[in-house]
Structures are given as structure tokens and as C-alpha cells.
Design a protein around this ligand. Sequence first.
Ligand code: HEM
Length: 201
Amino acid sequence: MPYESSSPPTPSVLNELRSGTRTLHVALEKRLPFFSDSLDLQRYTRLLAAYYGFYQAMENRLEHSTLIPPGFDLHARLKTRALVQDLRALNISPRSLSLCPALPQLGSEASVLGVLYVLEGATLGGNILRKQIAERLGLQAHDGCAFLYVYGEATGRYWKSFLDFLCAVPLDARARDEAVKAACSTFSCFEQWLERQEVLL
Ligand code: HEM
């Protein structure tokens, strides 16, 4: 009799995205200064300004893309406005900030999905980061910490619905490869941008 697992198997695109980006996630996480003793309000503000430079450019590119898979509600998942809210609360005008020029290529629906996987997954550490910033700097959602916990208590629900969407899109091996490449490129472009902005450890 064939072995039957009690939980359904993880679809291969998700497995491939996870294994393809794991090392990049670990490397970037280590270099972000959220848990560093050197983190103060000024450094946190510079970090958010650098995040803005990437998210504004990336989300603008997505908003103008004709390759968003049908049925995906991009608008509901845009996060730049939370960064704008935080920067204004911290007395920074987003208009004065430079934007990241080097972004992952969006050449197919699969590559868009790879980028979205990274941007959506990045919300998962939000609750830990929000607590850290509240403890260290005393900031809450209304005065500079909206972005880190952008979906609030709905974070798990948003992630689950993103995964349901991702796994329902039929992707052949080549498309899955494009998705993983775009996800890896998203991590690399983000890290290189943060590096150039001198906000990493
Ligand atoms: C210090 C900063 C960060 C912390 C503490 C953190 C923490 C986490 C945690 C706790 C998870 C959930 C793991 C799980 O439930 O199995 C996660 C998942 C994830 N994070 Fe991060 N993260 C950080 C930064 C980032 C950044 C900057 C990005 C991307 C730009 C990112 C992308 C992802 C992705 C794509 C996943 C989903 C992995 C999966 O498929 O389950 N993370 N992170």
C-alpha cells in the first residue's frame, strides 16, 4: 500500500523558492541592524529611508507591470505607504530620498511571483522586529513603526492566502526556475542597495 502522509505535500514551487533563497535570507538577516547594540533612532531612520528607496522603486515597477498574474490583488499588498507614514513620523520627507536603480527583471508572470514571494515573506519576521523596535526605541505603529508590522494580526492570513495563490498558478520547470531566479535577484538587489546606503552591519 502506498504511504499516505497526513498533511498535503508542499508544492514544488514553494520548496524550490525556499531552498533557493534560504542562504540569502540567513546572510541578509545577519547583516540587518535590528538587534544590534548600535541601533538608535538615527540609525533606524536611515534604515527605513533605505528600505523606502527599494520598496518605492520595486512597487512602482510592479504597479506598471503587465505581468501581474490575473487575480492577484497587488494594491492590497503595497507597503510603500506604510514606509511613507513612518518616515513622515520621523520627520523625513520621502521625496528627498534616492531610489534603487537596480531591480530584479520582471520578464514573466513567474518572475513576478518570485519577487512577490520575497516581498510577502519579508512580512513574516515583522512581529519580532516590531517588538524589538518598541522595546529599544519606544516606537509604535503610529509614530514610526507601521511598516515592520504592516499586516498586523492579519500577517498569517495574508501569508496563507499568498501561498494559496502562488501554489494555484500552474508553473512548469522552466517557469519555476524563473521564479527562483527572480526571488534570488530580489534578495541580492535589496542587499546591494542597503549596502550602498551604508545601513548594514
Ligand atoms: C532581521 C530581519 C528578519 C527577520 C528577523 C526575519 C525573520 C523571519 C521569520 C521568523 C520568518 C518565518 C519563518 C517560518 O515561519 O518558517 C521569515 C520568513 C521569510 N522571510 Fe524573513 N526575516 C527578516 C528579514 C527578511 C527580509 C529583509 C526579507 C526579504 C527582503 C525576508 C524574507 C523572508 C521570506 C521570503 C520568508 C518566507 C520563507 C518561507 O517560505 O517560509 N526576511 N523571516
